[in-house]
Structure formats: structure tokens, C-alpha cells
Design a protein around this ligand. Sequence first.
Ligand code: PLP
Length: 422
Amino acid sequence: MRFVSTRGKAPAVSASEAILQGLAPDGGLYVPEYFPYIPLQQLSRVTSYPELAFEVLSPFFVGDELADDLAEICVEAFDFPVPLHWYDQKDSVLELFWGPTAAFKDFGARFLAACMQRLLNRRDRKLTILVATSGDTGGAVAAAFHKRPGIDVKVIFPEGKVSARQEQQLTCWSDNVTAYAVEGVFDDCQRMVKQAFMDTSLVQEHGLSSANSINLGRLLPQMVYAFHAALEVHTRTGKEPVMVIPSGNVGNSCGSYWAKLVGAPIAKIVLALNANRPILDYLSSGIYEKRPSIATLANAMDVGDPSNMERLTHLFGDFDTFSANVSAQSVDDATIRGEIRRIWEEKHYIVCPHTATGEVVRCNLAEKRPTVVYATAHPAKFDTIVEPEISAEVPVPPQLARLLDKASSCKRIGADYHQLFS
Ligand SMILES: *Cc1c(COP(=O)(O)O)cnc(C)c1O
């Protein structure tokens, strides 16, 4: 199996090479050259999530240097439960928040870290991972790479612009992880990372690399839980579900479109967006325009120019095919608040603001088919938004409690990338 660039001007590479490179040399994103078909009978003997991950991912690693490690990587990366919470015989929530940092980013970050570690060991190379973060990504990447020999992680966030619990998850690691609180906004952090990557002597000296969601190693594992959920719904109801996915950079939804292509029993995929809606505007006008991002309650979805849009347009080719396959709805903050309250009152279930956008879309769809909403983060990460709506405390899950108890430290720096290396 080879992976090609969405821009078509870079040589095809193996999965491992794509993971090590991150971005393709022509500036495009790596996508599979073709989508293998996995018949459902092949999955009938699967008894655990890591086994399912192995079956779904192994066609993408045929001939790759990690092929023989893949089973072990899946066991190592996916060592937490992935339950469906059923409201009734038809509708369910896919809880993607039982990993170490209580958001779905753990799936991609842990798989990527397990792959990178093995690739580096073979090459006797060292690596420094830079990650600018406004929310969940930095914590998941830090957790996944924490204490991995030969890999340093620098987490860069805007001082005072992330919630207290988010900041704790960025700053509680120490050892090989250093957190930098930058005097500035998220865009400053992102600019510093870009500038560091353009500084060729720095890149060489430190072996700089990135772990953001354009990396193939984060996207591939996000196919697996789509498969997992669709299979459970299919087994239980005999029907194919509609998947509703709270989306920002559309990595999560791209993984699910890929899963549908390789044979996951999925009827349809619908994107739930917050006020950041360039994809919705594209669907109505046929013209894609990036926008400045708008701050909302569902802050991990505050993306004005989704990085994985390039993978989706590559997948569907022309606009007609795109609009036949992609549908989306946008949800405003007042509706998000009301939905957190409604789900609590009607279902006695607590959702985070991102998941709430999915619940609104599910409600609007009024589907006869089973629907699955992806719960992308645990509500305890967003206690200050959720608790006033439900007039109760959100119980903190054990993995999050462990992180909140740890000592934290960070370096305060100006918005100058040189300070990351001094
Ligand atoms: C990252 C994130 C999203 C958006 O996922 P994309 O893959 O960027 O579309 C949604 N919810 C939460 C909680 C997230 O952390």
C-alpha cells in the first residue's frame, strides 16, 4: 500500500514514510492510493478493540516496515474502553473520551506515538515534537509521548486563553515534556511553530517534527472506532446507522468517510459544526473560502479553515460528488447551552459542548434509521460551561482526576520562537 499527496506532485510513499514526514513535500496531505475493501465476515472472529484495529489497519500497512509491529502497536495504543451509550433501541452516543486526556484526540496521538517510537528506534534518531495548542491536542500529544526515550515534546499555548483544566493537562507532565505559556494568542503560537520549521538549522539540530492532525498516523486510527460503532449498531439493530460527528478540522469525519469506503456498515455521515461554518457555506455556494475563526463554547471546533478539508475534496473530487456525500449543520452557542440542559433533563446524560452540537443535529435530522453521535470529549473537561446548565457537578473520571492532581509547571515566554530553544 502506498500513500499519495492530495496535490499530486510528490512521490508515493509507505505509511511509515508518510508518518515520519507529516506534510508531503509538495505541501499536500497524504491519502491512501486506493481503499481496500474489508468484508464483514473477516471481522466475525474479532473479540477486542485492538483486534478490530489490527484488521482494519493492516491493509494500509501491507509491505510497510511497521507491518510486523502493527498488532502490538494496536494493543499498546488502544488500552481503554470505547463504549456506546444507548439511549434506547435506536439511538446511541459513541464515548470517545475514556483515554488518558478524556478526548478522542487520544486515539490518534497514542497510535502516532507508538508508531514514531518504533520508527525512531530503528533509525537511531532523536526527535523534538512541537505542538501549538488551543485545547485538547496538546494534552493528548503530551500524554502519548510522555517518557518516550529520544523524543522531546514542546507544548505551546497562549497564556490565559485556555481553561484551567485544559492548562493543567498541558503543564502536568515534566520529564521530556515542556510547556510554554506564550504572551499572545493562539495564532502567535501557531506562527512560532511555523517559523521554527522554516529555520533549517534548527530543524536539523533538533529533528523537529509535528504531531498535528494532518499527520496520517493520527487519521488512520480514527477509522477504527467508526467501524466499531457501526458494527455494534448493525449487530444490534440489523440496520446501518447515520453517524453525526462534531467537527472542526474534519479529521474525525474524514476517518469515518474512509471507514465507510473500506466497508464499515454506515448509512450516512453528517457533520455538526459550531458557528465556524466554511464547509456549510461551501455546500451552499460551491465556493470554498477560509474564514477567521470565531470563538465558541465548543472551542476545539473553532476552526475557520479546516486542515483536512483538502483530504475531503480530494476524496470526492468534484463539487457534485462532494455535496452528495457531505452534509453539515451549524449550531450556535445559545442552542449548545440549551441542548446540554435538554439531554440532562430528558436522558439523564451529561454531554460536553462539542457533543451537544451533535445532539442538536441528531434531533433536527429526525432519522428513522439508528443514529450515533460521537462524544468527542468528557463533559468534566468543560465543567465551567456544563455545570451551570445542569445545576449539578460533573463527576470527574479517574483518568482526568489523576492528571488534575499532578504538580504543574511551565515556562512563560514572549511570542518569539527562539525562546523555545534557549
Ligand atoms: C478536536 C476536537 C473536535 C474536532 O475534531 P476534528 O477532527 O478537528 O474535526 C471536536 N471535539 C473535540 C472535543 C475535540 O477535541
